[in-house]
Design a protein around this ligand. Structure first.
Ligand code: FES
Ligand SMILES: [Fe+2]
Length: 348
């Protein structure tokens, strides 16, 4: 198994939560090999531009916002936040007529849906205008986040995504008394179906061997979805109440991947317990990060890897979806989901 393309392009990437970007402040994000400077306009809407000054590469994010422009911290050149065109070069004297507007910085489409911020990264660096697709919609993520955790994994995004959807590592990597153990392993059969740019493990009652679910009370029903470029959600419903666990796996560059895990809920008990639950959620992420570091010891030799049925089927789907996404973009046609509804079986 070799990874497909470097990164997924012509798609919306998760760039943060609303409170990450405060008015008057600039925020730097590195996404899929691009350095991006995010900020808010006067009216509170967002803008995003390449975080590299065309003059001498200083990051705009270390500068400031000045009346509809971003000012570079190095020599004060100012660029329009809407069009990325250079509006002013302070070093020019009054008789030096330079057409500064010809100097342009790449801008990126950016949207804020509920609390989630999305940046569209096109494969064509000159892309301007409205993206042909909308960012994914998670209406439940309009409320304030209950828990929020982030981590950088030292691996290419493919390994991070695969690690996240891999059902067989749980009893080994996440072995702990309050979750599951090797002894509690049993055969599972879960129904999967294609979904928008991805697939879902359709709503089901989670395994009875997970003690943590019992904390929720009642009979929980869980649905897990995955979609490109690396968005995983787990929605747990108990009666009318919901817990949405939103995970975004975002490539920083070839060898680093950012993971953000955010919980949204209207379950009072979870909100109340969230300060105590956070360390448990953190434990999970850190266990995955430690395994990624171990895995790098082998990956640096670029070995051929194996995929088995059915526990690695989701990994195969991920690669197939990624390939079809790139192909459909290139050919300018609709994406045809390569996933067919199927029951997958494994022991975990
Ligand atoms: S590096 Fe930005 S103004 Fe010179
Ligand atoms: Fe894991």
């Amino acid at each position: 198994m070799k990874s497909t393309a470097r990164f997924v392009f012509d798609i919306w990437y998760f760039a943060g939560l609303s409170p990450d970007i405060r008015k008057g402040k600039l925020l730097r994000r590195e996404i899929a090999g691009e350095a991006i400077c995010l900020g808010r306009k006067e009216d509170g809407t967002l803008f995003a531009m390449r975080d590299i000054c065309p003059h001498r590469a200083a990051p705009f994010s270390a500068g400031c916002i000045k009346g509809g422009t971003v000012e570079c911290p190095y020599h004060g050149w100012r660029f329009g936040i809407d069009d990325g065109a250079c509006k002013e070069i302070p070093a020019l004297t009054s008789d030096q007529n330079m057409e500064t507007e010809k100097i342009k910085v790449r801008t990126f489409p950016v949207r804020e849906e509920g609390q989630l911020i999305w940046v569209y990264i096109a494969s064509d660096k000159r892309f301007a205008g409205e993206p042909p697709i909308d960012p994914p919609s998670f209406p439940f993520a309009a409320r304030k986040a209950t828990m929020d955790d982030a981590l950088t994994l030292n691996c290419h995004v493919d390994h991070a995504v695969i690690g996240l959807m891999d059902p067989a590592h749980g009893p080994y990597v996440h072995r702990q008394w309050w979750w599951r153990s090797e002894k509690s392993m049993h055969e599972k059969a879960k129904a999967f179906e294609p979904r928008e740019r991805g697939f879902a493990m359709a709503a089901h009652s989670p395994s009875s061997n997970s003690f943590a679910y019992k904390l929720l009370g009642g009979k929980p029903v869980t649905e897990i979805t995955f979609q490109l470029p690396g968005i995983r959600t787990e929605e747990i419903k108990v009666g009318k109440k919901t817990l949405l666990s939103f995970t975004a796996v975002t490539p920083i560059d070839e060898s680093r991947t950012h993971i953000r895990q955010i919980f949204f809920t209207d379950m009072r008990l979870i909100k109340l317990l969230s300060p105590f639950l956070k360390p448990f959620a953190q434990t999970f992420l850190r266990q995955d990060a430690d395994m990624v570091d171990l895995q790098q010891m082998g990956l640096k030799y670029d070995p051929t890897l194996l995929l088995i049925e059915d526990s690695d089927t989701q990994t195969k789907w991920y690669h197939a979806i990624k390939r079809e996404w790139a192909k459909s973009r290139k050919e300018g046609r609709a994406f045809k989901n390569p996933v067919n509804a199927k029951v997958l079986k494994w022991r975990s």
